[in-house]
Design a protein around this ligand. Structure first.
Ligand code: C2E
Ligand code: CA
Ligand code: CA
Length: 747
């Protein structure tokens, strides 16, 4: 029969074919094997029984002429119900020998065996009849049509009973196996689904089943009402619904009845199997009527109930242990680990709506706790948990991640901090107190490059920390851009440090020429970093990072010494040029900066007048109390000072007078304006005027075109620097350039 069960679990579930299962429509005929070396006997038997039906089914005869043939036939087709066997064939004992082989070798115990003999008076020993489960013993001539009918009927009845017992035994084995597998489930819903599948599988029919659990904490919701834990087939949309929300369906009534009477209820719509629990959370498994074969054996259900109860209690225990790991004991909310797993799952299969995590931190909770004590503190936290849960949409996961820090995770639109803040506005009634609370929020948008739930929670904390720095009731969102920038900076800083240690930094030199004569009077030293992949990292990118990290002190000292040594060497080679070195604020702040400079000068043998330090206007004006004494000390040595990027800051005349620099360096942005005829460059003009008034030299940087040069000369600018003359040059080409243009740059 086609009683193939859906293989509910692994392929470990293999079922014996239930041959000749009673009531099975496909297998209409009983198979009867006639073993006899006289073909006439077979023919006579068929004749006698032609058209006869026994126990509602026709008969189908097979013939074997020898015990060997019978053996092969039975091995090929074990679904034989009755064997009519001639005792004496090839030998006196051929018949009994065959019986022994059928029972022992083929292990066929169901077929009923009727021995026939031609000779009256020959009787096999009683022992053999008992040992081999032989049903009858007849003399051939005795077997008239009516006698044969009676004998076959009783044999077939025996066969039918044995088949039913075997089917039940298979079912029980199946269930036993299923229970063992069910024990491996570690949540009630998983257990319930597995159980329903197996229960339906027992009858080889599509499952229309419901598993319903009594009250108790089924999921994280503390809901004592009965709930559908799992449902399959046409009941599938009942999953997770409360039983009392399902209306007055007959199935619901059967389930309710099973719960209230604490027994299994059979109704026209199906059977509600009551599953008691030792731990208190009783359950009912409901099997739709059309899933039930008419002949189901109630003993199978008994067995099922007993085993399921044991398995379900085991699963509940596992669930409780899981709880301890994933549920916060105080509020019954999911804890940080559970939240991390939820976020992990959302990262793995992103929901349609964009997701967000909000960390919700109660402001000044520790103070409240200290003032009112732990008991009130705990009650407050439970109150907060309830308020957060109460208004949360089903798609939002609320969790408690630390003492007074809660979290909500779900669709971005449902997680607007201001709306969640409102939930805590009303004061909390705890014992006789009314306590008002506020919260601060740290938010994270879930983006695809988030690695793990744990990481996202950490991001939430860093946003929360920023929020808390601004005070109470504040909100901050984690910025993925800022984080990327920080990562990039860190990466650069590591690279820069390594490059510095491996002496992969070098200086380039850009000539500064006297405006009228075109003669080279100075060089500006500019730092260069060639990274591992051979590319030049622009100083605008790495100098700020070096400044923030403090690495600039080492870098700057190195640049200073190298530039001084280079200038000394050039002077010795007949080019006594002023060397300009850029110095940043943090360099100036290093105690003993001027001593370092003095030592480098002495060491390199360079007259101080040939060194110029460039500080930007903003640095020069920033902290005059620090900067002025430093510069004074340098000037004392004889070193020149130039104010870089002049015009971009806010120098006051008085502070400029105090600083008394040698040179003002017009910022490139004002030089660019000199190309246009339209009064552009008035700022350059003003700076040049200012320099003249204060008796300072003025140099323009970023000169790129002959027009700019022409205008600057007309305005009375003293010196010029820019691509028009030369880009910054590596030391290898500097000598050649100087030889060619040093005495006067010809355009
Ligand atoms: P800065 O001191 O204003 O340097 C002038 C920048 O303008 C240099 O860029 C130079 O290559 C570029 N430049 C020169 N002529 C022209 C021109 O005609 N057109 C254009 N478009 N650009 C021109 P660089 O070398 O990339 O340096 C950028 C900044 O990095 C410097 O600005 C300076 O603030 C800083 N820096 C460079 N070297 C050092 C150093 O050794 N120490 C310190 N503290 N800062 C440095
Ligand atoms: Ca400069
Ligand atoms: Ca500049």
């Amino acid at each position: 029969m086609s009683h193939d069960r859906p293989e509910a679990g692994e392929d470990s579930l293999v079922f014996a074919q239930e041959a000749g299962d009673p009531g099975s429509p496909e297998r209409a005929a009983w198979t009867i094997l006639v073993v006899d070396d006289e073909p006439d006997v077979y023919a006579a038997t068929c004749m006698a029984m032609r058209g006869v039906e026994i126990l509602g089914r026709p008969l189908h005869f097979l013939h074997a002429e020898s015990s060997a043939q019978a053996y092969d036939l039975l091995r090929a087709d074990p679904d034989v119900a009755v064997i009519l066997l001639d005792v004496v064939m090839e030998s006196e004992s051929a018949g009994l020998d065959l019986v022994a082989r059928i029972r022992n070798e083929l292990q066929l115990h169901k077929p009923r065996i009727i021995l026939r003999t031609g000779q009256p008076g020959y009787a096999p020993e009683m022992q053999a009849i008992r040992d081999y489960d032989i049903n009858d013993y007849r003399i051939k001539s005795e077997l008239t049509r009516t006698r044969l009918y009676t004998v076959l009927t009783s044999a077939l009845r025996g066969y039918q009973t044995l088949s039913a017992v075997e089917a039940t035994r298979n079912d029980l084995e199946y269930l036993l196996k299923a229970q063992t597998e069910l024990l491996a489930a570690n949540t009630m819903p998983a257990f319930a689904v597995g159980l329903l599948e197996r229960l339906a599988g027992l009858y080889g029919l599509p499952p229309h089943t419901v598993f319903c659990s009594d009250g108790r904490r089924v999921h994280e919701a503390e809901d004592q009402r009965r709930r559908v834990v799992a449902a399959l087939g046409r009941y599938a949309d009942w999953s997770w619904r409360r039983l009392d929300s399902l209306g007055a369906e007959p199935e619901v009534r059967a389930i309710e009845l099973a719960f209230s009477t604490r027994r299994t209820v059979t109704s026209p719509c199906g059977i509600a199997v009551y599953l008691p629990s030792r731990t208190g959370a009783d359950a009912v498994a409901f099997l739709g009527a059309d899933d039930l074969p008419a002949t189901h054996d109630p003993r199978v259900f008994d067995m099922f109930v007993q085993n399921t109860t044991v398995a379900a209690d085991g699963v509940r225990l596992v669930e409780r242990l899981r709880d301890a790991a994933y549920v916060d004991g105080l509020t019954r909310l999911p804890n940080r680990s559970a939240l991390a797993e939820t976020i992990d799952a959302a990262l793995k299969t992103p929901p349609d709506a964009p997701q967000r995590l909000l960390l919700i931190d109660v402001d000044q909770f520790s103070e409240i706790n200290e003032t009112f004590g732990d008991r009130i503190g705990d009650a407050l936290l439970r109150g907060v948990a309830q308020r957060l849960m109460a208004q949360a949409d089903a798609s939002v996961r609320v969790a408690r991640v630390a003492n007074d820090t809660f979290a909500a995770f779900g669709p971005r639109d449902l997680l607007v901090p201001a709306e969640w803040a409102k939930r805590l506005d009303e004061p909390f009634d705890v014992e006789d107190l009314q306590i008002g609370l506020s919260a601060s929020f740290g938010g994270v948008e879930l983006v695809s490059d988030c690695v793990s739930g744990g990481e996202v929670i950490k991001m939430g904390y860093s946003a929360l920390k920023r929020a808390k720095q601004t005070g109470h009731r504040s909100v901050a969102f984690y910025s993925h851009e800022v984080a990327t920038e920080i990562k990039e900076r860190t990466r650069l800083l590591h690279g820069l440090r390594a490059a510095f240690d491996q002496q992969r930094l070098f200086l380039m030199y850009q000539p500064q020429v006297e405006a009228r004569s075109g003669r080279t009077v100075g060089l500006e030293a500019l730092m260069r970093w060639r990274s591992d992949d051979g590319r030049l990292v622009p100083p605008d990118r790495f100098i700020p990072i070096a400044e923030q990290s403090g690495l600039i002190k080492d870098l700057g000292a190195w640049a200073m010494r190298s530039a001084i040594h280079r200038a000394a060497a050039l002077r010795d080679a007949g080019h006594p040029l002023r060397m300009a070195v850029n110095v940043s604020m943090s360099q100036l702040l290093v105690p003993g900066f001027e001593i370092m400079v003095a030592e480098a000068l002495a060491d390199g043998g360079l007259p101080a007048e040939l060194l110029e330090i460039e500080i930007t206007e903003s640095v020069a004006m920033q902290s005059p109390d620090i900067v002025l004494p430093r510069l004074a000390a340098l000037k004392q040595l004889g070193v020149c000072v130039a104010i870089d990027d002049f015009g971009t800051g806010y120098s006051s005349l008085s502070s400029l007078e105090k600083l008394a620099p040698e040179r003002l360096k017009i910022d490139r942005s004002f030089v660019m304006g000199l190309d246009a005829d339209t009064g552009g460059g008035s700022l350059a003009e003003m700076i040049i005027e200012l320099g003249r008034a204060l008796g300072l030299k003025v140099i323009a940087e970023g000169v790129e075109t002959p027009t700019q040069r022409q205008r600057l000369i007309e305005l009375g600018c003293d010196e010029l620097q820019g691509y028009l003359f030369s880009p910054p040059l590596p030391i290898e080409s500097l000598g050649e350039w100087l030889a060619k243009h040093g005495e006067g740059f010809a355009l």
